[in-house]
Write a protein that binds this ligand. Structure first.
Ligand code: GCV
Length: 729
């Protein structure tokens, strides 16, 4: 009885808890829903009409598998069909009946291929696929076709998604190809299995047991990634440990690579720039010293001997204490090129991060990466990509897009998004991040005039980049539900979907994910989708409205800390960013301030640099604004700030109401987790609101007007809160 659970949920909803209990008794193999299966649950389609239509449309499957990847795809298809259709569809050698689903896993030389299919296949390229209704020997059939094994794999997952989301199988003509070449997760996982900014337990990689023991979970991780088109994974933290480059660890990495390969996933490692000293016995890591370059070449060759499809290196250099070429007076280009030369003979790439800023540098932190990297445009090897965070500071709930996008036409820039919710409530707060990603991707850089979107920088079309990439800092861990919360998995899903197609809309992504993860019942999907789509904005409102940023507590970045000052670095304090004083609040980044606005292409410096035209969402990012400044709403800035903080709390309460209204429509286990986490979120949204409002009031000296909830505690009490220990440090 493999699908007992889906039936239980349906029965429970229809006739109540008594029947549910009975069903559990007669179905001892039923498991509580714990989120482990993510969006690949493959429960029987509950809509009888849809199910009947699908069963009638798919009579048999022809799928010859001649490689491990094709076998993986075929078994996924078998598993998916069996689950979704609750039936055993025969897998046969040749199409004999109407309604065959034929997977062309190699060039279909023996079958007549229509010219239009041929054209579609050409368009599909190396990783794309075609799914279409296509008569086979005169009988109606469906075809999944691709030029490569990876294309077949992605085509199979797409076909299963058609069923999971109840799409029609009539007159199919789907052609898809990923717009971005490298679609990679970045794991900030340490070798001791702690995860920096990880809120879902320990690292998935059990280094201690590798390479001898391989958890089945490694396969499920790869399946999940393949299903959304992710094709690479950087296993280790950018705050890197050279040990992973020792022969002993490379063997462990190879064991993981062997599991992931059949799912189209390459492994990458972070390269600690000082590794030649730490594990190589050299006295320097200067990239221009020949012995250093030779050491890296030998190291790359050693890795490729055991991992022939190794992807390459990700590097955080001269940033937040990490070693780098500047330790030797060399540039980022000199450092990156030395590593690029080491992996180039093997087809590898170097992803060099642009997340650099220095406390010694008096310049506004938001400007430093642009200052550092734009002069180097065109001086990187062709297998180097510069990996740029979506905004110029650090994954804040809202930032304007990074000014580097559009500013390096001769150097491939790849996007770095954060999936893990470091600044967005970590595991418990619901923050669906597709709207954040979408906002950035759709932003206009004006680099080549109006309509030069960030998404076109990333997919390479704006500057004709030879390589393209998108990275997402992963939120996975050993928690049974993978991401620390059931809802947070939507962000992993969203990242993969947008890396595949940066033009996808958040609503579409939410819709797919909800249907696949929970149910296609519109009574559930519609309100919960609305709730998800509003969640990121709610988080902005109760933390950092109107362009405020970096107001979080020191270290763990979870609760509020607008008062954070002093300590080792000014750019790790909150006061550096909000600059509240008796006159007003906000960071003056206009021409008369730090002129960070001047790093953007016209007309943005004019638009964002003037109080009259800057969008309110970026107001305090770019301007220091008087407390009594009149906002579009007619409120003063102070009143608007209060209004937004309250609006954020109210939005969480609305989310709670929505979630209560869908009780009974899904399994009780996952419903209960989301309910409990929303309660935490509501409490913590109030904490953020009250702490920030009380703190800013010490500058504004204005009253909290009637109609606002009075803060529950005094400012001193909020400032005294010391949360320790917290995960993810
Ligand atoms: C991996 C922020 C985070 C750090 C992270 C860093 C980075 O500063 O708080 O934990 O380090 O970004 O992206 O390198």
């Amino acid at each position: 009885m493999p699908h007992v659970q889906g039936r239980i949920v349906t029965a429970g909803r229809a006739v109540g808890a008594g029947i549910l209990a009975f069903a559990v008794l007669v179905a001892p193999r039923a498991r509580a829903e714990d989120g482990y299966e993510l969006w690949l649950r493959y429960r029987p389609i509950s809509d009888a009409e849809v199910l009947a239509r699908y069963r009638a449309s798919i009579s048999e499957v022809v799928f010859e598998a001649s490689s491990p990847m094709l076998e993986a795809a075929r078994e996924e298809l078998r598993r998916g069909l069996r689950g979704l259709l609750d039936a055993e569809i025969p897998f046969v050698r040749e199409a004999t009946r109407e309604g065959a689903l034929v997977v062309w896993s190699s060039r279909p030389s023996t079958l007549a291929v229509s010219p239009s299919l041929r054209a579609q296949l050409r368009w599909a390229g190396a990783e794309g696929f075609v799914i279409r209704s296509e008569p086979i020997r005169g009988r109606p059939a469906m075809v999944i076709a691709a030029n490569t094994n990876a294309g077949v794999l992605y085509g199979v997952f797409r076909f299963l998604r058609l069923l999971q989301t109840h799409e029609s199988l009539q007159d199919l003509s789907i052609v898809e190809a990923p717009r971005v070449e490298l679609r990679v997760l970045n794991h900030w996982d340490n070798l001791d299995r702690t995860v920096e900014r990880g809120y879902a337990g320990f690292s998935l990689w059990d280094w201690h047991k590798l390479p001898d023991y391989l958890y089945p979970r490694y396969t499920d991780y790869a399946r999940a990634n393949a299903s959304i088109g992710v094709n690479g994974t950087v296993l280790t933290n950018v705050n890197a440990n050279a040990t992973v480059l020792t022969p002993e660890y490379v063997r462990k990495v190879a064991a993981l690579a062997d599991v992931f390969r059949r799912w189209g996933i390459r492994v990458y490692l972070t390269a600690r720039f000082s590794a030649p000293i730490e594990i190589g016995g050299l006295e320097t890591a200067d990239p221009l010293v020949p012995e250093v370059a030779t050491w890296w070449k030998d190291k790359a060759a050693e890795i490729y001997r055991v991992i022939p499809d190794f992807g390459g290196f990700l590097v955080k250099a001269n940033s937040e204490g990490q070693p780098g070429p500047q330790d030797y007076g060399r540039s980022h280009a000199e450092g990156a090129n030395m590593l690029a030369d080491a992996v180039a003979p093997h087809g590898g790439v170097v992803m060099w991060r642009a997340f650099v800023y220095s406390n010694e540098e008096p310049e506004d932190r938001a400007k430093q990466a642009w200052n550092e990297f734009t002069p180097l445009d065109g001086s990187f090897r062709s297998n180097v990509l510069i990996q740029v965070k979506n905004g110029p500071i650090d994954f804040q709930p809202r930032e304007p897009f990074h000014p580097l996008f559009g500013a390096m036409p001769q150097t491939p820039l790849m996007m770095e998004f954060q999936i893990t919710q470091e600044y967005l409530g970590q595991a418990t707060h619901l923050a669906f991040l597709a709207p954040l990603y979408e906002e950035v991707l759709r932003a206009d850089t004006y680099a080549r005039g109006e309509g030069s979107l960030v998404s076109e920088v990333i997919d390479g079309t704006l500057h004709d980049y030879p390589r393209t990439g998108m990275a997402g800092v992963a939120n996975t861990g050993t928690d049974r539900n993978w991401c620390g919360s059931v809802m947070a998995c939507a962000n992993w899903y969203a990242f993969g979907r947008l890396a595949w197609d940066p033009d996808l809309g958040s609503a579409t992504i939410a819709d797919e994910w909800l249907r696949m993860t929970f149910t296609s019942d519109p009574n559930f999907v519609e309100p919960v989708k609305t709730m998800m789509l509003a969640s990121r904005e709610a988080g902005v409102d109760y933390r950092t409205p109107l362009g405020l940023h970096h107001l979080m507590a020191r270290g763990h970045h979870w609760g509020p800390g607008p008062w954070v000052s002093g300590g080792p670095r000014a750019d790790w304090t909150s006061v550096y960013y909000h600059r509240a004083d008796a006159e007003g609040i906000g960071f003056d980044r206009t021409r008369t301030g730090s002129d960070a606005v001047g790093q953007y292409f016209l007309p943005l410096p004019e638009r964002w640099g003037r109080l009259e035209t800057v969008p309110e969402k970026y107001l305090l990012w770019f301007h220091h604004v008087p407390w009594d400044h009149r906002m579009a709403s007619g409120r003063t800035l102070w009143e608007e700030l209060l209004h937004r903080y309250q609006r954020g709390v109210d939005a969480v309460r609305q989310m709670q109401r929505t979630w209560r209204s869908v009780d009974g429509m899904i399994d009780p286990e996952r419903h209960e987790q989301v309910r409990a986490f929303l309660a935490i979120q509501e409490k913590e949204a109030r904490w953020w609101r009250d702490a920030c409002v009380l703190y800013f009031q010490t500058f504004s000296k204005r009253p909290i007007p009637d109609g606002y909830e009075p803060p529950a505690h005094t400012l001193e009490e909020y400032m005294a809160i010391q949360e320790r220990p917290v995960p993810g440090l």
